[in-house]
Design a protein. Structure first.
Length: 158
């Protein structure tokens, strides 16, 4: 390695434009499932999105924990919007596949899913989702997801 390479500093990641952040918020507000869950966007950045959902009877399984399907749906949306933050105008990322590991029963006051893009691409994007349950100010990881999204052209730009 030459001294020129050793002193090279990676470029800062491109910032998410206000227009793109607004488009993501608008798209999220149109998701019927997230609305039914009472979920909300907590943070939107380039390549990373955080979504939270409060506990309610409507998202539980028979033992009173958050249902695994609700955990997966929250992680799916967080990863999907993280991908959307990195695609071009007039494109979207659609889930092609995912694997989720449910690590622990999700019992708490709310769920928080953080989706991060691991590898952006022109046709495929790989993202990772981490889901946490919060109880009395403490956060515990309850699931991890690895997802592949396919980049597609859209008519509505989000």
């Amino acid at each position: 390695m030459t001294s020129a390479n050793a002193s090279a500093v990676p470029a800062e990641p491109e910032a998410l434009s206000a227009a793109r952040a607004d488009a993501i918020a608008t798209s999220f507000s149109r998701q019927g499932l997230m609305t039914s869950f009472g979920a909300s966007l907590q943070r939107v950045a380039r390549g990373e999105v955080e979504i939270a959902m409060p506990w309610s009877e409507g998202v539980t399984q028979q033992h009173g924990f958050f249902h695994g399907g609700a955990v997966g749906a929250l992680a799916d949306s967080a990863c999907g919007y993280a991908a959307l933050s990195m695609v071009g105008e007039g494109e979207a990322g659609l889930t092609a596949e995912y694997k989720i590991n449910l690590l622990s029963p999700a019992q708490g006051e709310r769920l928080v899913a953080v989706g991060r893009v691991l590898k952006p691409g022109r046709t495929l994007i790989v993202a990772q989702g981490e889901v946490y349950v919060e109880q009395q100010g403490r956060r515990k990881q309850v699931a991890t997801m690895l997802m592949t999204l396919c980049v597609v052209k859209t008519l509505d730009h989000v």
